[in-house]
Design a protein around this ligand. Sequence first.
Ligand SMILES: NC(=O)c1ccc[n+]([C@@H]2O[C@H](COP(=O)([O-])OP(=O)(O)OC[C@H]3O[C@@H](n4cnc5c(N)ncnc54)[C@H](OP(=O)(O)O)[C@@H]3O)[C@@H](O)[C@H]2O)c1
Length: 387
Amino acid sequence: MTIGIFGFGCVGQGLWQVLHETKGVRADIKKICIKNPDKPRPIDAAYFTTDPAQILDDPDIDIVVELTDDPEAAFSIASRAMRQGKAVVSANKKMIAYRLPELYQIQQETGQPFLYEASCAASIPIIRNLEEYYDNDLLTSVEGILNGTTNYILTKIFSENLGYAEALKQAQTLGFAESNPKMDVEGFDAKFQLCILILHAFGVFVEPDEVLNWGIHRLSDFDIRQARSRGCEIKLVARCFRQGDRVSGWCLPKFVPVGARFSTINNEYNAVSLESAFTETQTFVGKGAGAAPTGCAVLSDISALRYHYKYEYRKFAQNTAKFDSDTTEINLYVRYQQEGDVDRADFTEISEHYASNAGNFLIGKISLGKLKNAAWLNNEQVNFLAI
Ligand SMILES: NC(=O)c1ccc[n+]([C@@H]2O[C@H](COP(=O)([O-])OP(=O)(O)OC[C@H]3O[C@@H](n4cnc5c(N)ncnc54)[C@H](OP(=O)(O)O)[C@@H]3O)[C@@H](O)[C@H]2O)c1
């Protein structure tokens, strides 16, 4: 196999390392296309180019590995490569989540494989499991901690008694969080992964903007104290499930009882729990970020190409289900500053109400449709968690 890589950042360098440390996969990296020609590189300069055509138009290169951080460029690279008769491996969750219908179509037209195991929960082998092992309609739900950055921050908050701002700063200093952490801390990154998992779990294409995501960005000391007083920690959880012909999904911070499975998933680790009719719950745990762990998932896709593996999207072909979360009800904790901050008419039931000088909250049932459109979420003094 002769490989051309796009991107030589964290994951690109991780792939380089694992590829050179495994004897089982014989693949030669011929060229690496990067953006900035002046950046110092840890390997021979002769590998590098800034001209995509040196990879895409090279007939010797049969596999293109797309590891950029630019979703627009990534789609152009992946689609051009497949149209040039090359197999493609990618880790770009945002690009894949938004462009899956087109990418599916290009795979059908060209017959080329497009694999993206590293895009979901990094090192955890989840997509191929959903495609192959759960190749039936017995699966009922997929629930996961899918973002290593937020899980690292939440672990610091609960194990070292830090506030949210302090824990975020520490994660940024150690390189676990970007200087602009919005995609991670507001739940977008986990949502993109969830959208990809929904297709492989239930055969449904879902537009990311249809899926509600909320993150940990408004977490206050008051919220953290409430979690502790309930014997809980807080985790950012993405969940999708099927009921009849309806698939629902969301990505929200959630109170998780101490001792429950997800409460034991710490730092940059991810976990994915699958529920199916006869096996009950099965949980996969593994590193959800980092150079070598993510590089390993990319390597596994490259290795699968040796035996011409491709996703068959069988559940999509057989599918009758639709994504519709709007009527799904969840139990919510909502913290607010003063009465009137939250429109109680949006709730079908309010089971608890707490008021004090330190803060106020209510607990009640609300549909995801109402929650998604609630104007009161624009109030910076309001935060919510699933309970
Ligand atoms: N990091 C993780 O743990 C992790 C885990 C799972 C999935 N992912 C996904 O993997 C992908 C790569 O992440 P990363 O952390 O490795 O990013 P990164 O460290 O920021 O590296 C990005 C690389 O892409 C290159 N690049 C950007 N635009 C390009 C273009 N138009 N053409 C060619 N190269 C281009 C950059 O070039 P320069 O070097 O010249 O700047 C850089 O080498 C992302 O989609 C990310 O979401 C990452």
